[in-house]
Design a protein around this ligand. Structure first.
Ligand code: G6P
Length: 608
């Protein structure tokens, strides 16, 4: 979604912020713009479409200013056109502002501004902000921003510059991330660490309700009420290399193929196979509360919600705690029951998804112990939870989530096992479980070696408009995830279902040759899924099965089989999801879709 970059320093600011915007492209956007202060002038350039369109309208070398802000916009209020693109400027033409988030009282502000004789030129909520700041400006941009923000309802991450103060970059946040990169004599502000990494790995994470004033002398952080806040300089653990393609054509392929390594990193120092123990530093102080938990609620959106569904099975089976999975967007608004002993776990790759964050806040307010299973270190959800476990799978850039899903499942498997062991699980059972978990990366690698087979499936069916994905037990969430991957990046309609449900309606969809993917590894529901395969097959469906190596029977039932190594039921999703990711990837490539930036979607959804 929307991205912010700002720069103040000795280098020409424009190339720096444009480069930063390119690093944020993966988040999804539909227009872009920059504003630069130079020789007492404010230059603003904006355009609908991709950053390279904006770049064509810029002379990067001509604009020598050292203070600039830039933005990629994902339209909410008003169409994605040049006028609605950010930065927006105030009526006097002095002040420029970029904004992520939504101003909820913008209608009232628009009315007020019109009464003051200000003509608003865009349809956005954002323009009200800059116009209000313009009205309050008396020579101190920070003060004007502060006064206006006290009247704002909604969420924001903003960066503001004023041509009369060429050495001041002001930023503030409430519900939308902002990070200040502190380099040698230079400062890079961004909504996402990937825009900062090329310059420095030293950062200050802003918290909600804080304003930052950046000048050549340094960074000063205060609350909205002007109370000073002491901030720590922190280190981003990701490297520039990790956010580059590394020889792959697509981030999604890179991220699918690096899953074995990502999971090794995720488990490193945590799974101790020798002693049959799990160490999760982030939860160290909470095991007492966790072992007493009466109910666990897992919440998230999209792929994270699918991982949570796997988690539900894991927590109930391994830890024997009643667990339910909730869409974050539903949970936050439905007056959820949080009793004593309820633990709420927010699952999120980015740690910035607004609905997940809001669900977490709701749970916290009602007294739940809140945990996070998050990938991005220092992200909003990671900072707001009482405790948590990072995925450590490295940056995920492709909009369609892959390695974060496997990381989320792995982390929940570790937590569930550690909790189970503290409650009822015997040491030998724990050792068996951890040894199976440790084998996952190598087994995944074997599946990745069959990528060509997945490509063949995609080759044969990428022109079909409807697919079904069916699974049972631990593989039911995998069916949902397989269907979501196909929808997201290839725009093929696909549905995922618990396999037994197919006869309660969806069977009516089956027609000759329709691709139906069964996730059917060996396990305690295998015989049941074979019956479901027969039901589909006898109605003309073309069965593609994901099955366990050595299973010859299934080759007689299914038209195509992709084999995965044998593994215990609870860990099957980590293997069975891989062929489905590959099928979706190849289908999208064959259909000529933009795999990493699918239409209409965003990597991190920071609006409701
Ligand atoms: C967006 C992304 C999905 C992701 C979901 C939740 O819709 O496109 O890939 O699963 O948000 O994101 P999160 O960062 O909270 O895991």
């Amino acid at each position: 979604m929307c991205g912010i970059v700002g720069y103040l320093g000795p280098k020409p600011a424009l190339p720096v912020v444009v480069e930063g915007l390119k690093r944020l492209e993966y988040r999804g956007y539909d227009s872009a713009g920059v504003a630069v202060v130079r020789d007492g002038r404010l230059g603003v350039h904006k355009s609908a479409g991709r950053i390279h369109v904006l770049e064509q309208s810029l002379d990067l070398n001509a604009e020598e200013g050292h203070l600039a802000i830039a933005h990629t916009r994902w339209a909410t209020h008003g169409a994605p056109n040049d006028v609605n693109a950010h930065p927006h400027i105030d009526a006097s033409g002095r002040i420029a502002l970029v904004h992520n988030g939504i101003i909820e009282n913008y209608q009232a502000l628009r009315k007020y501004l019109t009464q003051q004789g200000i003509t608003l030129v865009s349809e956005t909520d954002t323009e009200c902000l800059v116009q209000m700041i313009g009205l309050r400006y008396r020579g101190d941009i920070e003060q004007a921003v502060r006064e206006v923000l006290l009247d704002i309802d909604g969420t924001y991450g903003i960066a503001v510059i004023c041509k009369d103060e060429p050495d001041v970059l002001v930023a503030a946040r409430k519900g939308s991330p902002l990070i200040v990169g502190v380099g040698k004599d230079e400062f890079i502000l961004a909504s996402d660490a990937s825009a900062i990494l090329a310059h420095t790995s030293h950062v200050i994470y802003l918290s909600d309700g804080e304003i930052v004033r950046i000048t050549p002398q340094g960074v000063r952080t205060t609350t909205l009420n002007a109370l000073p806040v002491t901030k720590e300089l922190e280190e981003i653990e990701w490297t520039l290399e990790q956010i580059e393609l590394g020889g792959h054509e697509h981030y999604m392929a890179k991220e699918i193929f690096e899953q074995p390594e990502a999971l090794r990193n995720c488990m490193r120092g945590r799974v101790d196979g020798k002693h049959g123990t799990v160490h999760l530093g982030g939860l160290a102080e909470h095991w007492r509360e966790l072992t007493r938990a009466r109910r666990i609620v897992l919440t998230g959106c999209g792929t994270a919600w699918h991982a949570a569904l796997v988690g539900e099975y894991l927590f109930e089976e391994l830890a024997r705690v009643p667990t339910e999975t909730e869409y974050a967007s539903e949970f936050r608004y439905r007056n959820p029951i949080i009793e004593d002993g309820t633990v709420v776990v927010a699952i999120s790759q980015s740690g910035e998804t607004l609905d997940t964050y809001a669900a977490l806040r709701e749970a916290k307010q009602r007294g739940a112990l809140s945990l996070g299973v998050v990938n991005v270190v220092g992200s909003t959800i990671a900072r707001e939870t009482d405790a948590g476990v990072y995925l450590h799978v490295g940056p995920e850039i492709g909009v369609a989530s892959t390695k974060a899903f496997s990381g989320q499942v792995t982390v929940m498997a570790m937590i569930a096992a550690a909790l189970g062991r503290r409650k009822h699980m015997s040491q030998p059972s724990m050792e068996l479980f951890l040894s199976a978990l440790s084998e996952v990366p190598d087994k995944m690698q074997r599946i990745l070696e069959q990528a060509d087979l997945c490509r063949e499936v995609a080759q044969r069916f990428h022109e079909r408009d409807n697919w079904l994905y069916l699974g049972r037990g631990y593989n039911y969430p995998v069916a949902l995830e397989g269907a979501l991957k196909l929808k997201e990046i290839s725009y093929i309609h696909a549905e995922g279902l618990p396999a037994a449900e197919v006869k309660h309606g969806p069977l009516a969809l089956i027609e000759e040759g329709m691709p139906v993917v069964f996730i059917a590894p060996n396990g305690f529901q295998y015989d049941k899924i074979v019956s479901n395969i027969m039901e589909v097959k006898s109605r003309g469906g073309h069965v593609i099965a994901v099955a366990t190596e050595g299973n010859r029977e299934i080759a007689r039932l299914a038209e195509q089989v992709i084999y995965v190594p044998d593994i215990i039921d609870p860990l099957q999703p980590l293997l069975t999801v891989v062929p489905l990711q590959l099928i979706a990837f190849h289908a999208a490539v064959l259909r000529g879709c933009n795999v990493d930036k699918p239409r209409n979607l965003a990597k991190s959804v920071t609006v409701e």
